[in-house]
Design a protein around this ligand. Structure first.
Ligand code: AMP
Ligand code: MG
Length: 346
């Protein structure tokens, strides 16, 4: 018995030694620049922070160029332009993003579908003049949405879309990739502590300079920007949110948002208004936050509980908050509006 207590105490002490962060004494530099359709805020603790933040922005702009379907040029546009015609040579970066998007499309049985582009274009939620497409048009476009038609050949660095008119849209995953790349640049430049935010994508490198965990706010989906319903404490992790509040428009009293259910062709009506994923890898967190928004609470919870090292927060339209089991010690409700209710599941 005494031995067991001694071993447990040792594990406890080791856990704290290995999980604690050391303190850093540099003054942070905070920068804010616009790219990928959002403000990118970086807080970097390094004597060379300004320079490093510029390197990150340069890298993110390059990723944007390759991934966008809203401007001309770039690799994803060339893949889409050759839909139904044959293979296109692509860079390792683009192939990696496509392969990750395809992996999550498969794992979610198409709730996340990287070929959702024709529907995204038809709705134009992010455009100047969004419209509610005709029901018949939506039905026709649904024939073009099928991730199984995206073929990737990693060995020969090429990919293709089987049918003419098909469109790959990596809008639900590209910011996560950009975030991972930013974290790599921080590490390569010897940064031990930093925070980056690209709209709903936040990632922490290391701990806060005082050695404590970063506290990342979860946005109140029905409140103003900057209002929160809770906080997750993390180190070396990404906290990525999706929500109907991010991009939407109203027509005849109905609000339409930017996350499309590939089964119906309409903005997902899963009963959720916001989702957050906490994970070590930002690209995965990004794709999964979009995925569970489509899946809804029950299926989304089951899906995430089946994955290792991934946690989630779900907010329902009746203002209830649910979290996965692994988040219990990391999530704290801090809801100034007092409109949200935390519900413990299971
Ligand atoms: P996020 O803000 O990361 O949740 O991503 C939303 C974006 O992902 C949209 O603006 C679309 O570009 C794209 N998207 C919408 N619906 C889906 C879907 N079901 N699967 C994959 N991507 C989607
Ligand atoms: Mg996403």
């Amino acid at each position: 018995m005494r031995n067991r207590i001694a071993i447990l105490s040792l594990i406890y002490v080791l856990f704290f030694i290995f999980s604690a962060c050391s303190t850093i004494e540099t003054v942070p530099v905070e920068t804010e620049k616009f790219a990928m359709g959002t403000f990118i805020i970086q807080r970097i603790y390094s004597d060379d922070a300004e320079n490093i933040s510029n390197k990150v922005i340069e890298r993110i702009k390059k990723i944007e160029e390759d991934m966008t379907i809203n401007k001309q040029g770039g690799e994803i546009n060339s893949l889409n332009g050759s839909a139904g015609k044959g293979y296109v040579n692509l860079s390792q970066d683009t192939l990696y993003v496509l392969a990750e998007a395809l992996r999550i499309s498969e794992a979610s049985n198409g709730a996340f579908d990287v070929t959702v582009g024709p529907l995204v274009k038809a709705w134009g939620v992010s455009d100047k003049n969004p419209i509610v497409p005709l029901d018949n048009d939506i039905k026709n476009l649904l024939n073009l949405v099928n991730y199984k038609d995206l073929q990737i050949n990693m060995n020969e660095s090429k990919a293709k879309l089987n049918k003419e008119g098909q469109i790959v849209d990596v809008g639900g995953i590209a910011k996560g990739y950009a975030t991972d790349e930013a974290l790599d640049i921080y590490r390569e430049n010897g940064v031990k502590s930093a925070l980056i935010s690209l709209g709903g994508n936040v990632a922490a490198l290391g701990c806060k300079p005082d050695g404590s965990y970063w506290r990342i706010g979860i946005r109140n989906p029905r409140g103003a920007e900057g209002s929160y319903i809770g906080v997750v404490s993390v180190k070396d992790q990404s906290v990525v949110s999706s929500g109907d509040y991010e991009r939407n428009f109203e027509k005849d009293g109905i609000m339409y948002h930017h996350i499309i259910d590939p089964e119906t062709g309409y903005p997902a009506k899963s009963g959720l208004i916001a989702t957050t994923i906490v994970s070590d890898i930002s690209i995965e967190a990004d794709a999964l936050s979009t995925t569970v928004f489509v899946l809804g609470l029950d299926k989304g919870m089951e899906f995430i509980e089946g994955l290792d090292g991934v946690e989630a927060v779900f907010i329902t339209e009746d203002k209830k908050i649910y979290i996965t089991k692994g988040l219990k010690d990391k999530f704290k409700i801090e809801d100034e509006s007092k409109e949200f209710e935390y519900v413990e599941k299971g």
